[in-house]
Design a protein around this ligand. Structure first.
Ligand SMILES: Nc1ncnc2c1ncn2[C@@H]1O[C@H](COP(=O)(O)OP(=O)(O)OP(=O)(O)O)[C@@H](O)[C@H]1O
Ligand SMILES: [Mg+2]
Length: 372
């Protein structure tokens, strides 16, 4: 089988596989990506695409949309559009395979995503990893600090002028800086992560709505004009229901409807053990298994409102791996859990009427049961 394709093999509508790199050629800069092979064989002309959803280095299924200068061997190009990314992998974290597949579809479609999961289940890490894996510049924005609708875009600063009189000025937020950069340079792609979206006032959240639907624009108080949001900007929001009992979302139906919700949960025990063993090999699998088992019991306890973050199990292992605890790990484990697990709940570990006390009860029972 020849390793080079001929012009006869390529027609408008042909579907093939390609791996792209950023297009380095200045005069064809409109084309963001370039490939030299199709279906693993050398293409008769350079393969170019304007599709910003392509990721360099990742296998893509593409469709030929145009063949420029078909008859000339030495000129022209093959233009393609992305049909589908053929690989979707998030490094450095465990991701539920179904969530992974849903994310792939949503990201390919540029939909706004709402990550909904208990505290410390990996929402922020996931958003960051998507950013890295898909070549987005990551913009972290904590919505809990938002009071006014304009706070998403600019913050009002008061400073003194040369005469000493106070002057007010708008300072752009990271979101505005990213939106403006995306407008001026269509090669840059941004992932705007709206953390704790449920923690800002509803009226402020309403200002975001046109940015999140097909209108794709937001009011810029600095210029007093609406700013169009390019397709190269992807929004991912996260909500933390916190206390399961009081934990309604506080986001109204119309706002929610602008997102594709993805429910997340803590990683399965075996995966948490694997992850912690990799991070803290000194601690030993048996001890890590006990720590994760206790965490799982606490997470499943109906009397405890909030979940127990993976930060807590990680913290326990960080203690245990340190030389100051290395020689008497088993003896120190209960002492460490008093703070790292029970201390994350209200009250005190020695007061059984409080949540911390209830957590301590679970810890003691699990430790007894773990004894050989
Ligand atoms: N699925 C996972 N894979 C790998 N690490 C994880 C995973 N889930 C949680 N972690 C670890 O737990 C820590 C907390 O995760 P992260 O900050 O993403 O949680 P979160 O869901 O954003 O929490 P919060 O609701 O408090 O904002 C991370 O530093 C990460 O190391
Ligand atoms: Mg977070």
């Amino acid at each position: 089988m020849p390793s080079k394709l001929s012009s006869e093999d390529i027609h408008v509508g042909t579907v093939m596989e390609a791996v792209f790199e950023p297009n380095p050629v200045e005069k064809s800069r409109d084309f963001l990506y370039r490939a030299t092979k199709l279906d693993g064989k050398r293409a008769p002309k350079v393969v170019l695409s304007k599709d910003p959803r392509i990721r360099s280095g990742v296998r893509c299924l593409v469709r030929v949309t145009r063949v420029e200068k078909k008859q000339r061997e030495d000129r022209g190009y093959i233009e393609v559009e992305l049909l589908q990314l053929l690989e979707f992998e998030i490094a450095d974290m465990w991701l539920d395979p179904i969530v992974s597949r849903k994310l792939q579809v949503l990201l390919e479609n540029g939909r706004n995503i709402l990550l909904d999961g208990p505290q410390g289940c990996g929402k922020t890490v996931l958003a960051r990893s998507i950013g890295t894996a898909m070549g987005y510049e990551f913009v972290f924005f904590n919505c809990s600090a938002v009071v006014e609708a304009t706070d998403f875009i600019a913050t009002l600063q008061v400073r003194s002028s040369e005469s000493g009189a106070p002057v007010t000025a708008f300072l752009p937020t990271e979101i505005l800086i990213a939106l403006e950069a995306a407008q001026t340079d269509h090669r840059r792609r941004f992932l705007v992560f709206l953390d704790e979206l449920n923690r800002c006032p509803e009226s402020a959240r309403n200002a975001l709505m046109p940015a999140l639907d097909t209108t794709r624009r937001i009011f810029n108080p600095i210029t007093n004009q609406f700013l169009a949001i390019p397709d190269t900007v992807q929004f991912i929001a996260a909500v933390n229901r916190g206390d399961e009992f009081s934990g309604t979302f506080n986001i109204d139906a119309a706002q929610l409807d602008r997102f594709a919700p993805i429910a997340m949960d803590y990683l399965p025990a075996a995966e948490e053990v694997r992850m912690l063993s990799k991070r803290y090999p000194e601690v030993g699998d048996d001890t890590i298994r006990i720590v994760v088992d206790i965490a799982q019991r606490i997470r499943g306890a109906a009397e405890l409102g909030a979940g127990l973050s993976v930060r807590a199990t990680d913290e326990v292992c960080a203690y245990l791996s340190h030389p100051v605890f290395a020689h008497d790990r088993a003896k120190m484990l209960p002492e460490i859990l008093k703070d790292s697990f029970c201390g994350r709940y209200g009250g005190r570990w020695h007061d059984a009427t409080t949540e911390a006390g209830a957590a301590w009860g679970i810890v003691q029972k699990a430790l007894r049961e773990s004894q050989p």
